[in-house]
Structure formats: C-alpha cells, structure tokens
Design a protein around this ligand. Sequence first.
Ligand code: P6P
Length: 337
Amino acid sequence: MTVHSAPRATLASHLIAEIDAGRIGQGLATVILAIAATTQRIAAAVGKGGMIDILGSAGQENVQGEVQKKLDVISNQMMIDGLSATGHLRALASEEMDDLLPLPERSEASDEQYLALFDPLDGSTNIDINAPIGTIFSVLKAPMGALSNASFLQAGRQQVTAGYALYGPATQFVLSTGKGVQAFTLSRENGEYVLTAELTISADTGEYAINASNQRFWESPVQRYIAECQAGSTGPRERDFNMRWTGSMVGDVHRVLSRGGVFLYPRDTKQPPKAGRLRLMYEANPMAMLVEQAGGMATDALTPLLDLVPTGLHQRVPVVLGSRNEVERIVRYHAES
Ligand code: P6P
C-alpha cells in the first residue's frame, strides 16, 4: 500500500489558508506572491556570482551616500519590474531610490491598494565575499488621493505584512501577515517556497550580535551590557555568552528568529548626526514586526520600534531586538542611565 504523506504546505497554499481564514485579502496575497517570485529571480542572479558581470561597484552612490553595488541596482530594478503589475500597489519606496516611485493607476483599481517598501539587497558588502545577503520588504495600506513620500510615513504597527528573503546556503522566505512568523525554503527542483518552520524567539539567550569595532562609540548602557556579556561566568551575568556578526541584518535577524539571540545596532557617536545605521522604514520596522510576532521585542532602546512615528523615508534609528529578557535588560540599563 502506498502511503501518500500529506503534501507540504507551500507559500501559495499558506496564503490561500490565510484568505480563507479572513486574515488577508486576495490583493495582499497577490502582492506577497509577486515579492516572493521576484526574490527567486534575485536568488538566481546572486547565485551566478562572479560568473556574470554583476559583482563589484556600480560606480554610483545611493541617497544614503553609500556606494551602490551592481547587484544593488539590478535587484532594485527586479523588484520594480516584479511589483509593477500586481494591480494592488500604488507606489514603491526603496533604499536605492531617493523618492517614491508611483505605479500606473489601473482604471479598475480594487479596494485593496497598498504601498511597498524594500531594501532590495541588504548586506550588499557581503556580495563579493559570498556571505549571506537578503531582500527585506514591508507593505502598508495606501491612502486615497495624491501620493508623496509622506504617504509612506506610517508607524510600523500599520504594516499589513513584512518579511525577507535570505540568500544563504538555502534560499528562504520569511513572512508575517500578523499571525506568527512562517519560514519557507525554496525547493530548487520545482521552484516553490515550501513551508519549513514556524519561528518563535526564546525569551532568554546566550548569544549577542553587535559590530564590536564600534565599541568606543557606544553609549554607556550598551558599554555596560556588552562588558557584562564579555565578563561571562566571571561577571555579574554568571554565564558565558557567544557572539556572532554576519554584516547583513537579514542574516543576523534570521539567526535570532531561528535560535534566539539579541541583535544591536545602537546609537553611537561614530557619525553623530545619524541616530543609528539602520533605516526605520525598510529595515527596522519589517524586522520589528517579525520579531514581535515571534514573541520577541524590538526597540530603539527606549521605545518599541513599531510605535515610532516616522519623520523621513530614509531616517535611521538605533535597533535592539530579539530575546525578550535580554532586550528588557538593555532597555532597563538605558532607563537607569
Ligand atoms: P557594519 C548592511 O549594510 C547593513 O545595513 C545591515 O544589513 C547590517 O546589519 C549593517 O549594515 C552592518 O553594518 O557597520 O557592520 O558594516
């Protein structure tokens, strides 16, 4: 007798179940599937590495003043191409574009109209060394009427979905539509994202992630927290800690979602006008939605990230996120100082 094990859920079947449960509409499902399909195309391009002329610098800077890699520019265009015809997106915003990109209005536009924001290739300094990189996305409801950059300046709690693709040993697509966090793994045989995990973050952890070369620029609460972690079992924490830093927020946050941990890119005095390095709208907010949905905590060390009222499309914020008990400790140290 042949026992047919139930077929594994896919991103498509998961979204159909979300529609049937009344948690999302067809329009949002269409947008998510378009994002997912585009990440598969980006994965294919990234996977070619140096075999085609897509590594190295594009010889231009983005609005952040950062030198763009060729793959930054290519993946940004792939996201634009992949998201322009869903019929449910009014405009796009990207780390790689100074301003919003309005999309052609459709006469029969449905009532489900959204705005999409993305960092098309996060961690792009990792491209040339074949280290983890990813695509981060966030979707907000689109207001009626004329659009401007200000239309995007909605608090993170307004996100209707958020997630990322991680281009690592496996290509993974991690998503939340407001009911937990689901992780899908790309089956290269049939080109489908297969549901492989529901991700939750343990409240405690023995692993932290921070760029330790910035130590002299940190504020005192972060100095204190990291020094205690480094003191390990001989210090006030009376336990040893491990440290990881991948140079890609997607890589570090995926590790935190997968096995717990705390990730910090804190405010520092390295480049004073900047409040931090990471961007609120298309890095911190989508990751904060995932982390909270997985039972963790995400703050700027004072306020939950999802409660911040944005002031600019490319504004930067300090980020402390991950295992709840560690983030609460860091917040407490800031309050005490
Ligand atoms: P540093 C990548 O450029 C990024 O925006 C995040 O993905 C990553 O966490 C951070 O910057 C790395 O910063 O200072 O270690 O290069």
